[in-house]
Design a protein around this ligand. Structure first.
Ligand code: NAD
Length: 482
């Protein structure tokens, strides 16, 4: 890398951190140090916000024609794509994501989002003339909100960051990204790509940090919009702060989504599909469908199939393309998941497979894919986000009960319906109170608005809706006399 471990990307340059604190990023598979970054403090955040402020107020990023911003974003995308292998492998080492997933979810997702929003802003109507209800026309303008604070977790660090950065840049905003400390190294690769693409100084800044930097950024007087992805607990704190400040905020939070398998589904095919829908990224996925709802009269058949699926998944080195389940991100996270497994046993759920650490792996924070049967929806393991490879299989009597169970959750982020009849699946999907839901599958699409009902968040990312989150709307009342 072109910069030292004490550097932060601020104002288009690698500058020495004000903080003396060092963040050592640990490889989740080898448990060895893989690199270092500073832990940004409030003074570093100040410098980054000042750079973003100057870039917004003074240097014309927001005044460029949308097509010129789109050109710059496409150059940024090209530089990201050139680094896709490095990005994918770095994230896999940092957080244990199987490389087969990381290539798309980290390696190419950033470039894809930049291209998607570059295309959108070229065509997007930023001004429209509207006939007034009173005499006279109105010019309705969409103006960039200003300096954006983007705070992201470690589980899909590249895609989640770019779901904020790409629409913000397209809208004409400037950005300060605060990556999580666990995945600070891949954020620096993003910064290198931005520099190589010649993005104007200060338009994009990176300050890896923990709670101190996060709090300083969210509350900073120079910030106009906060876009946060992370846990519901932290989201509530950020919502309180931004509420007091009357600062626009988007919150993408936790989930406990349901996969509803209807009685007309091809069960082997449906359960095979759950490999990617229920266990993605070793379960460290906000959209993971970790509650599998099965028709009571086919319950044992579904439970057996999910159990067999979990047993068949290859657990091991996440850099191996054949690996389905890598380690979880940290020792602390593994202990937390093990605590939930103990809770599930204690509340009377039936462990059908997994529940422990794989015997053949003596290093790395691995856990066996784990399935619980005989789960009731009021058990802790059915209500709380475990964020590991742990699935609860819950029976339902009829479609109405399936809908009631799916909706009986504090969360509402994702979900899926599995059926031989798409119309039937669609009818059920309409009744489930969740931000995204798939029929016979699940995917996050750049064009599909993404976000949560209930405790899963506020607002939407992706699609034109994700762009709208970075605009203010101004009405100019045109003269009535012509
Ligand atoms: P977390 O909330 O602990 O941390 C997320 C980010 O917030 C990190 O960058 C962290 O440093 C920062 N942070 C922590 N406390 C802060 C504070 N008081 N003020 C400002 N910033 C603060 O989340 P995590 O455990 O790292 O990530 C996992 C969570 O993220 C899960 O709950 C998961 O469901 C959620 N998630 C949601 C989505 C989504 O789009 N809805 C996507 C991925 C992950």
């Amino acid at each position: 890398m072109s910069h030292g471990s004490s550097s932060l990307f601020i104002g288009g340059q690698w500058v020495t951190s004000h903080s003396a604190e060092v963040n050592t990023v640990i490889n989740a598979t080898t448990e060895e140090a893989m690199g270092r970054t500073p832990i940004a403090d409030a003074a570093d955040v100040d410098a980054a916000v000042a750079a973003a402020r100057r870039a917004f107020d003074g240097t014309g990023w927001s005044d460029l024609q949308p097509g010129e911003r789109a050109d710059a974003m496409e150059r940024f995308a090209d530089e990201m794509a050139k680094r896709s292998t490095l990005i994918a492998e770095t994230v896999t080492a940092e957080n244990g994501m199987p490389i087969s997933l990381s290539v798309g979810a980290n390696g190419f997702s950033g470039a894809g989002l930049l291209r998607y929003y570059a295309g959108l802003i070229r065509e997007f109507p930023l001004e429209e003339i509207r006939a007034g209800d009173l005499p006279g026309n109105i010019l309705v303008r969409r103006e960039p909100l200003g300096v954006v604070a983007a705070l992201v977790p470690w589980n899909y660090p590249q895609g989640l960051a770019m779901m904020k950065i790409a629409p913000a840049l397209a809208a004409g905003c400037t950005v300060v990204l605060k990556p999580a400390l666990e995945t600070a190294l891949d954020a620096n690769i993003m910064a290198e790509a931005a520099a190589a693409a010649g993005l104007p100084a200060g338009v994009f800044n990176v300050v890896p940090g923990g709670v101190e930097a996060g709090q300083a950024l969210v509350a900073h007087p120079g910030v106009d919009k906060v876009s946060f992805t992370g846990s519901t607990a932290t989201g509530r704190i950020i919502g309180e702060v931004t509420g007091r400040l009357l600062r626009p905020v988007t919150l993408e939070l936790g989930g406990k989504s349901a996969a509803v398998i209807l009685d007309d589904a091809d069960i082997p095919a449906a359960v095979a599909g759950l490999a990617d829908v229920s266990f993605p990224n070793n379960g460290q996925t906000c959209t993971a469908n970790t509650r599998v709802l099965a028709p009571a009269h086919r319950y044992e058949e579904v439970l057996d199939a999910v159990t067999d699926l979990a047993r068949s998944m290859t657990v091991g080195d996440p850099l191996d393309p054949a690996t389905a389940i890598g380690p979880v991100v940290s020792a602390r996270q593994r202990e937390r998941i093990e605590g939930y497994i103990a809770t599930g046993r204690g509340e009377g759920a039936r462990l059908t497979t997994g529940g422990g650490r794989p015997a053949h792996l003596d290093r790395g924070w691995f856990l066996e894919p784990t399935v619980f049967g005989d789960v009731r929806n009021d058990m802790v393991i059915a209500r709380e986000e475990i964020f590991g490879p742990v699935i609860a299989v819950i029976p339902f009597r009829d479609e109405n009960e399936a809908v009631a169970l799916a909706n009986d959750s504090d969360y509402g982020l994702a979900g899926s319906v599995w059926t031989g009849d798409t119309e039937r699946g669609l009818a059920l999907a309409r009744r489930i109170r969740t931000g995204t839901i798939g029929i016979n599958g699940y995917r996050v699409d750049n064009a599909a608005p993404f976000g949560g009902y209930k405790a899963s968040g506020l607002g939407r990312e992706n699609g034109p809706e994700g762009l709208m989150a970075f605009f203010q709307v101004k009405s100019v009342l045109l003269p009535t006399a012509t």
